[in-house]
Design a protein around this ligand. Structure first.
Ligand code: NAD
Length: 438
């Protein structure tokens, strides 16, 4: 089967590469000439573990190619996936559907034979029907169906998530489109991965409901963590005890500096907006959005306390700025709130991140990038662990403390313990939801 994939971002590229690995012929399209040139040279424009090898394997096998020419990509394709961005629209929190609708129109103008137009991007309920309308208007003679196939992969573990999904969600309006989708996902059906087939609206809703639920779970434990600090409880023990209850589960119960990334912030805002539009306010989600902002601000206060009330003239080393480990994605990362507060407050900030520099250089002006955490700590007044990269999980804390002017540690991912910090010679240690020491 031939598949065209529109958009070669985190979702489009991973999906395209994995579909080609299933044995399909896949042509990936992007408007960005820089990305297509890199891909044609065999370079991966994003950091995603394992993607370069899988891509090379399928290019070599002749199943995977890249182009800027949408018409040639969809020529003979039975399915065209739309995997373009749906960022938050300025001003109202709504998902910006400009890229989705533009792609739909381009597909309509180029397609000649029956094709299933599949939306993989995260889109508000009703968008697939809108896509259908846009395509029909642009090419009334075209025979086509639309399908909703939201993506649940996590950056940093994207290939594993795509190849071994908890479930695949497919929203269709008729059997014909359902059969094309079944053919695409046949390798997963064969290995007994569940495929949930729904109507269009339910598929669209599943994605927002799932992301809002996960964002709520994270925010819940973050709020519990704040209370733990006041009452002398340890949030790590609390979440362990909670997570052992099968009804709750231990995933997404790690307290931290607030959720970020390319999905949760924009999808919670979009769900809140959809609720407002239908006069069914999403009160829980609206509260989660507000609390998450407060949590990020609370982190700044924590750092301020460790710096004696002012960042002015202090040297601060920040380890990790991407929104989570194993990605170079900086979209809505807590670092984008915390680092500017440090710089704005007059601190000299050194940043170390295994993959964040390329994106971070423009997003975090005024910081000094270093390759090595020990160099970052040199004569610093405060060391902040902001992203739990493996590289930062087994640091020689004694060596770090020795290098610092004032050995203060803010471990915003709870990867070390009070005991570790004390033994290493830190004079102050703060983490999330646990009593530290000063
Ligand atoms: P992205 O911004 O990384 O990539 C989008 C790509 O689409 C860009 O390369 C852009 O140049 C290209 N593009 C835009 N319009 C185009 C057009 N008309 N023709 C060809 N190319 C075009 O986005 P992403 O992170 O991959 O997210 C894509 C969608 O998937 C979003 O709706 C997102 O919410 C959803 N999603 C993302 C993730 C994730 O982890 N990033 C997970 C699940 C779902």
């Amino acid at each position: 089967m031939k598949i065209a994939m529109i958009g070669t971002g985190y979702v489009g590229l991973v999906s395209g590469v994995c579909f080609s690995d299933f044995g399909h012929e896949v042509v990936c399209v992007d408007k960005d000439p820089r990305k297509i040139e890199m891909l044609e040279r065999g370079e991966v424009p994003i950091y995603e573990p394992g993607l370069d090898q899988l891509m090379a394997k399928n290019v070599e096998a002749g199943r995977l190619s890249f182009t800027m020419d949408l018409a040639s990509a969809i020529d003979g394709a039975q399915a065209v996936f739309i995997a373009v961005g749906t960022p938050t629209r300025r001003g109202d929190g709504h998902a910006d559907l400009t890229y989705v609708m533009a792609a739909a129109e381009e597909i309509a103008k180029a397609a000649t034979d029956y094709v299933v137009i599949v939306t993989k991007s995260t889109v508000p309920v009703g968008t697939n029907r809108q896509v259908k309308h846009v395509v029909h208007k642009a090419n009334p003679d075209l025979e086509f169906d639309v399908a909703s196939n939201p993506e649940f992969l996590r950056e940093g573990a994207a290939i594993e998530d795509f190849m071994k999904p908890d479930r695949v969600v497919v929203g269709v309006q008729n059997e014909r489109a359902g059969e094309v989708m079944a053919e695409i996902y046949r390798p997963l059906y064969l290995r007994d991965f569940p495929v949930v087939t729904t109507d269009l609206e339910s598929a669209e809703m599943i994605k927002y409901a799932a992301n809002a639920f996960l964002a709520t779970k994270i925010t819940f434990i973050n709020e519990i963590a704040a209370l733990c600090e006041k009452v002398g409880a340890d949030v790590k023990q609390v979440s362990k005890g909670m997570g052992m209850d099968n009804r709750i589960g231990n995933k997404f119960l790690h307290a931290g500096p607030g959720y970020g990334g390319s999905c949760f912030p924009k999808d919670t805002k979009a769900l809140a907006r959809i609720g407002q539009e239908h006069a069914v306010p999403m009160q829980i989600t609206e509260t989660v959005i507000k609390v998450n902002e407060e949590i990020k601000r609370r982190m700044v206060d924590k750092l301020l306390d460790l710096c004696g009330g002012s960042f002015n003239g202090k040297t601060v080393a920040v380890l990790g700025v991407t929104f989570k480990p194993n990605t170079d994605d900086m979209r809505d990362a807590p670092a984008l709130t915390i680092v500017p507060a440090l710089v704005g407050g007059g601190a000299k900030v050194r940043v170390c991140d295994p993959q964040g520099r390329r994106e971070g250089e423009t997003l975090l002006p005024g910081v000094h990038w270093v390759e090595d955490p020990y160099k970052a700590a040199q004569k610093a007044d405060l060391l902040v662990i902001l992203t739990e990269w493996n590289e930062f999980r087994a640091l020689d804390l004694k060596k770090l403390a020795r290098k610092m002017a004032v050995p203060n540690l803010a471990d915003l991912r709870n990867i070390y313990s009070v005991k570790d910090a004390k033994r290493a010679g830190f004079v102050a240690y703060e983490s999330i939801g646990r009593s530290g020491f000063v």
